[in-house]
Design a protein around this ligand. Structure first.
Ligand SMILES: *Cc1c(COP(=O)(O)O)cnc(C)c1O
Length: 376
């Protein structure tokens, strides 16, 4: 068996150690004579996994007891709707900072909920360039470009725009920016746990697991208790954050296998040395790739402003689409997959999430040099 070097944007590479453990325990979990998938979600064996996953998340992020960790379903996209369902009231408005397609989708869903509720959404700042189908994003907004509503129910930002490769606070030691006085909500799907971020500035953080921390379908939420306590009580219980919190995310059957696999990934992250070690590795990977792009700037070009260049999704173009297609095809033959840019923007995208090794990235960087030499 050979495992490919997987640079896919999501579902993405998982640490081999986490998968091997799942394989070894698949038929007989913890001496129970059945897999973890076949256990009752109310039984002791599963409960231990569930609570260990929460404890590892709290430990890795340095989370305070002001926060509750929720395991929800429906991916990050469901949060686009569930957030306003819980946190918007009639007459209120919610602010959205838009620096990519995920932010557009988030406000799009919130608009639907707001119109049902007699509430509003507002774009507090956008870095969209161009018109219609050609709209693109090259950077995060500057503080002076935002018009924030201090009375907003919340302000929503996307910390890393996966499709465009545009990320907030990428410089070493750069704190996550603040966005005025309204409760700050962040979609961290594609850069959750890439490094230590002070979560105390956020009211609510959510992340689809399939980029950095586990399999798809599962969405991890970090909720400030006093924020979700104010959530609406007139929506179905299955959507209520406070109900999920009161029930330890066991209001109904959670995606037990996904949570189990995430537990394995989190344990791997801890054994690597935690988020500081992962940050070093992630920066080394990104620097390696941007280094080649800048060095061979007549052949490779990164459309993203330097200060917003994502550490997780490195996007670049080549002189022609035919060259890009050849690059993807030849890389695939050399054991590197998942390099095609998102269908809406084209080009090449290299996703270098936590589980992607520096060795794989160095192999790709070598291939980029060789390809440019041959085809330029
Ligand atoms: C992938 C992604 C999503 C969507 O995740 P789903 O789990 O497919 O709903 C949302 N936001 C960001 C930033 C993403 O990268």
């Amino acid at each position: 068996m050979t495992r490919v070097m997987n640079f896919s944007a999501g579902p993405a590479a998982l640490p081999l150690q986490a998968l091997e453990r799942a394989r070894d325990e698949l038929l007989d979990f913890d001496g129970s004579g059945m897999s973890v998938m076949e256990q009752s979600h109310r039984g002791k064996a599963y409960e231990a996994v569930h609570n260990e996953a929460k404890a590892l998340l709290a430990e890795l992020t340095g989370l305070s007891s002001d926060y509750e960790i929720l395991f929800l379903q429906g991916g990050a996209s469901m949060q686009f709707a569930q957030l306003p369902m819980n946190m918007l009231n009639a007459g209120q408005s919610a602010d959205y900072v838009v620096n990519g397609v995920w932010g557009e989708k988030a406000i799009g869903e919130a608009k639907v909920v707001a119109s049902m509720y007699g509430a509003k959404t507002r774009v507090a700042g956008t870095t969209a360039e161009g018109e219609g189908k050609a709209v693109t994003y090259r950077r995060v907004p500057l503080e002076g470009e935002l018009s924030l509503d201090e009375a907003a129910a919340y302000v929503h930002v996307t910390s890393n725009e996966t499709i465009h490769g545009v990320q907030f606070a990428v410089a070493p030691d750069a704190p996550f920016p603040s966005f005025g006085g309204a409760p700050l909500v962040c979609d961290m799907s594609s850069d959750f746990l890439w490094r230590k971020v002070d979560l105390s500035g956020f009211a609510f953080v959510y992340a689809g697991a399939q980029k950095n921390i586990g399999p798809s379908g599962l969405c991890v939420c970090i909720a400030r208790k006093d924020f979700i306590a104010k959530g609406r009580k007139d929506i179905p219980k299955i959507f209520r954050y406070d109900v999920a919190a009161e029930n330890n995310s066991l209001f109904n059957t959670p995606p037990t296998f996904s949570i189990y696999l995430m537990r394995n990934v989190l344990l791997w992250a801890k054994e690597q040395g935690g988020l500081d070690t992962l940050e070093k590795s992630n920066r080394a990977k990104a620097n390696t790739l941007y280094g080649v792009i800048d060095e061979l700037a007549s052949f490779y070009s990164c459309p993203v402003d330097r200060a917003s260049r994502s550490v997780m999704n490195v996007v670049f173009r080549m002189p022609t689409e035919a060259l890009e297609d050849a690059f993807v095809a030849e890389a695939k033959k050399a054991g590197m997959s998942g390099l095609k840019g998102h269908r809406s923007v084209g080009g090449i995208r290299v996703s270098t999430y936590n589980a992607v090794s520096l060795a794989s990235v160095e192999t790709l960087a070598g291939f980029m040099r060789e390809f440019a030499k041959r085809r330029a």
